[in-house]
Design a protein. Structure first.
Length: 157
């Protein structure tokens, strides 16, 4: 039996935020072109109260970017050199119903980057691939499938 307070723990949404070393504007515009998403915000440090507390070299960089992908957001920001570390251990995952679109998206994201797993059929999906784009962001592109059942309670570790 679920209690109302248990449902309160669930967030209203979950989004991804990516840090960039000064390439946020270019990356977010690229992602908008690749995905067809709507770039809702590109706010520079100079346009915020943070300008007076940030180094001048950051003023033309992005403090907040938001790309709307059907109500989910890919957000990003440029970080100062002493605060930036390349992403590790996290991938942005895009899922499609259409294998042709998934394949095109994967190819565009991988161009100029590195492919760690080519886009191809797997045991759980008719199409899946992993790549790191030219901005250093790790991506997984997946085609939806019913081939990945939920573990039953007895099967769970």
């Amino acid at each position: 039996m679920k209690f109302p307070q248990e449902d309160a723990r669930l967030p209203d949404s979950m989004n991804v935020h990516v840090a960039f070393p000064g390439t946020c504007r270019e990356a977010m515009q690229f992602y908008a072109d690749v995905t067809g998403g709507q770039l809702e915000c590109l706010l520079t440090y100079a346009e915020t109260p943070a300008a007076e507390h940030s180094p001048a070299e950051l003023h033309n960089r992005i403090i907040h970017a938001s790309l709307n992908l059907r109500g989910r957001r890919l957000m990003g920001a440029d970080m100062a050199a002493d605060c930036y570390t390349p992403p590790q251990g996290v991938e942005v995952q895009l899922e499609y119903q259409d294998i042709e679109q998934a394949s095109r998206t994967f190819a565009q994201l991988a161009e100029g980057g590195n492919i760690s797993m080519p886009f191809e059929e797997t045991f759980w999906s008719p199409g899946f691939g992993m790549a790191t784009d030219r901005f250093g962001v790790h991506w997984m592109v997946n085609v939806a499938s019913d081939n990945c059942p939920l573990a039953t309670e007895g099967d769970a570790p």
